[in-house]
Design a protein around this ligand. Structure first.
Ligand SMILES: [Ca+2]
Ligand SMILES: [Ca+2]
Length: 109
């Protein structure tokens, strides 16, 4: 597979692998979110952007519809935010949404 194929299929596969582990299918609860962040993200720079060390805060930040779980749409938003943060780091552009929860509520572009 080409690189973008891999990225896209990985996002879906990783989400489903963890989301279907316990509780509701296709939803990440707090424990599942913790596991996915611990096991599938290694870079402290990226993890720092979503407060991965504080699962309460990470959940609060990612759970946009406030149902206590992270659905696929919310998971994708997280991946997208992290990609933008990394892009900002490399280019100095487009990174205003990068610091975590103080940017909550900003317009999605
Ligand atoms: Ca689940
Ligand atoms: Ca949610």
């Amino acid at each position: 597979m080409a690189r973008l194929d891999q990225v896209i299929t990985n996002i879906v596969d990783i989400f489903l692998e963890y989301a279907d582990d316990e509780g509701k299918k296709h939803q990440l609860n707090k424990e599942e979110l913790k596991k996915v962040l611990q096991q599938e993200m290694q870079s402290p720079e990226l993890k720092g952007n979503i407060n991965a060390d504080d699962i309460e805060e990470a959940m609060e930040m990612l759970d946009k519809n406030h149902d206590g779980e992270v659905n696929f749409r919310e998971f994708c938003r997280c991946v997208s935010v992290l990609a933008k943060c990394y892009y900002h780091k490399k280019t100095g552009k487009g990174g205003k949404r990068c610091k975590g929860k103080e940017h909550e509520g900003e317009q999605e572009d």
